[in-house]
Design a protein around this ligand. Sequence first.
Ligand code: ATP
Length: 300
Amino acid sequence: MLELSHLTKRYGALEALHDLSFTVKPGEIFGFVGANGAGKTTTMRVVLGVLEADSGSVIWDGSPITFAARRRIGYIPEDRGLYPKMTVIAQLEYFAQLHGLKRKAAREASTALLERLGLADRAKSQLQSLSHGNQQRVQLAAALVFSPELLVLDEPFAGLDPVAVDSMTEILRSEADAGKPVVLSSHQLDIVERICDRVGIINHGKMVATGTVDELTERGPLRFWVDAPGAGAGWYGSLSGTTLVEQDGSRWLLQFDDGADDQAVLRAALATGPVHEFRRDRPALTQLFRDVMTVKTIDE
Ligand code: ATP
């Protein structure tokens, strides 16, 4: 398990991380989201040891992370860092050896990974001759080639088309299923919502919300969509704690205060005629993201 505990990091007068804590369990994909400049890359660099935090700690399997443990992290850095003129296979072998594999094992691991990623036919091509999406796959391959124990991926989906996103997702899921914690950052909240087991939202260096997507979206107001074509204006008026948020034709979005009885609302709707829809309205992660950026801190 990876635990970040009370990290603080300053760049001169700017406090880029403020008392930032979160954990990522084995087998879990943790999505780290936040506006530009929120502190995601800084956090990842601290985990990798590229940057030193001013205070706080990074704990790996119960002890402060060591140099040796950091060598077992598969990392996709924000600024990428592959070699454009080197062939795909040569750089994978290079990264594998950098992380301790012998030459023959490095060759075998690189070849197997290129097969798995559907890039075997590009093994001898220079990296710069590949499309952006394929270069991203090579970047992922460089992070995986030495069988890391933990993955830290800064914007792995940036610039990928939906098919490439799906194949990247599949690989990350299988890495997580093999028991590795996976931390990734992304601005693509629809992807984060789809693939991450838990999400952390960071704002100005502070963690403002963490939890599963369901837990986070549960925290909004309790709202239901009711499609009742026979209902007239104010049909819900006698129900206590129920207010109208929005009406769209025969569809009504109602908000329930604490203690309001959703089943009483359903009965009242049915009393007006057929009910075609009675559904909890959950905000998308994008909406929640906007809310927490502007409103308040939500504790785990
Ligand atoms: P983005 O989504 O744009 O990649 P981010 O969440 O990854 O942003 P960071 O790159 O961690 O954010 O930056 C956090 C803050 O620290 C920003 O205000 C940034 O300008 C500042 N910062 C980052 N690196 C440095 C540095 N080397 N020197 C000074 N300030 C820095």
